[in-house]
Design a protein around this ligand. Structure first.
Ligand code: MRU
Length: 368
């Protein structure tokens, strides 16, 4: 029996005024925890993907803005609020796509607003408590996504995943990997195919590391091998994470995800997006409204290589995410259950809001 090992991704060390993260740029070779006390360190850690994955950067930003607020020495509410807002705006500029970052920062601002006029020491305590709540809610959501996702699988299934949407990207269990982790704990024997996920190799470096540490049977493939693996009949389901789910069900996730969805449709394989409701952006009617992060060309031309692997001066297009059309998605696995098409309705029901007028662009339209 393989021994299961699990790592903590992101935490608050309140005594030392630090955000503690597992530096994911060093995985799988080195397990190094960083204690980040300065705002520029926290910003850099999010931007350079030392801490990454939609839920995890939300938690990191919440802790970051709490630490900024904690260091403000004033009893004047207006001054406190202004300094808090500056810190919030600064961290909000670290990455543009995952909505969890903005939602977590907004939650923190709501705390400050709700305590208007209270002693700043009380506001700081409330902010610290809110970071704990965000972390706990994320862990509970991941666990629940695991249960709902596992109900879609059978012992022995082959599962393909893209990027890393495991506990390294969230607080516990993760999202797309949660059903796998839970299943492995319960004795299921899954065969998991992991796309390496060019250019930053979140699949090869992080998902393979996480699944091997959990004792799951893991096979790493290059991104261009997914079609072949599916054609062989080795994949019974695809599970991926999500950075922002639009109101109509369009799902933005790591670049390459939409291609996997198109392949899955071709081979008749169910394609599931796993996302806590904190990843749903009801203000974004369709995927067209989701900002896609563009990343430095060096990630494509030289990172991971011993020398340059492309001629100097070549144009590089390096979007970090793409949008999977809702018509390609079999189900969205949330902590509140599995949402099915038409997503305009099921998302609206799950979120408890009526957005049927805004969200339904093409949710029920089939591509094939
Ligand atoms: O650029 P990254 O590594 O932050 O991208 C992460 C992803 O695309 C994940 O699939 C997504 O954030 C879901 S994490 C539970």
């Amino acid at each position: 029996m393989t021994k299961s090992v699990r790592y903590e991704t992101v935490a608050l060390d309140d005594d030392n005024g630090a955000l503690v993260i597992l530096d994911q740029t060093l995985l799988p070779n080195d397990v190094v925890y960083l204690n980040l006390t300065r705002q520029d360190q926290i910003f850099e850690a999010i931007r350079s993907l030392r801490v990454r994955g939609a839920p995890a950067i939300g938690v990191a930003a919440a802790i970051g803005v709490y630490l900024a607020a904690k260091s403000v020495q004033t009893d004047d509410y207006d001054e406190f609020y202004e300094r808090f807002k500056n810190a919030k705006d600064y961290l909000a500029g670290s990455r543009p796509t995952a909505v969890n970052l903005f939602r977590a920062l907004d939650r923190m601002e709501d705390v400050v607003k709700a305590q208007k006029g209270a002693p700043t020491a009380h506001i700081k305590e409330a902010l610290r408590d809110e970071t704990g709540l965000i972390l706990e809610e994320d862990a509970a959501a991941c666990r629940s996504i695991g249960e709902h996702g596992l109900a879609l699988l059978r012992d022995g299934d082959g599962i393909l995943t893209h990027c890393n949407a495991g506990y390294l990207a969230a607080s516990k269990y993760g999202t797309a990997l949660a059903p796998i982790h839970l299943g492995v704990e319960r004795g299921y024997r899954f065969r998991v195919f992991v796309d390496e996920t060019r250019p930053l190799l979140q699949g090869a470096r992080l998902t393979a590391f996480e699944l091997c540490a959990s004792g799951a049977e893991t096979t790493l493939i290059c991104d261009n091998m997914a079609s072949s693996v599916m054609k062989n009949g080795w994949v019974q389901a695809v599970f991926v994470g999500c950075d922002r789910l639009a109101a109509n069900g369009d799902a933005c996730n790591k670049i390459g995800t939409s291609g996997v969805a198109i392949l899955a449709k071709h081979y008749g394989i169910p394609f599931y997006v796993c996302a806590p409701t904190s990843t749903i952006d009801i203000h974004c009617a369709t995927g067209d409204g989701i900002p896609i992060e563009q990343r430095p060309p060096e990630e494509v031309t030289e990172l991971w290589y011993t020398g340059r692997m492309a001629p100097a001066g070549v144009n590089v297009y390096n979007p970090a995410f793409d949008v999977t059309d809702c018509a390609l998605i079999t189900g969205v696995v949330t902590e509140r259950g599995v949402l099915r098409p038409p997503y305009g309705e099921s998302i609206s029901d799950a979120m408890g809001t009526d957005m049927r007028q805004t969200g339904e662009k093409k949710a029920s339209g089939a591509l094939y």
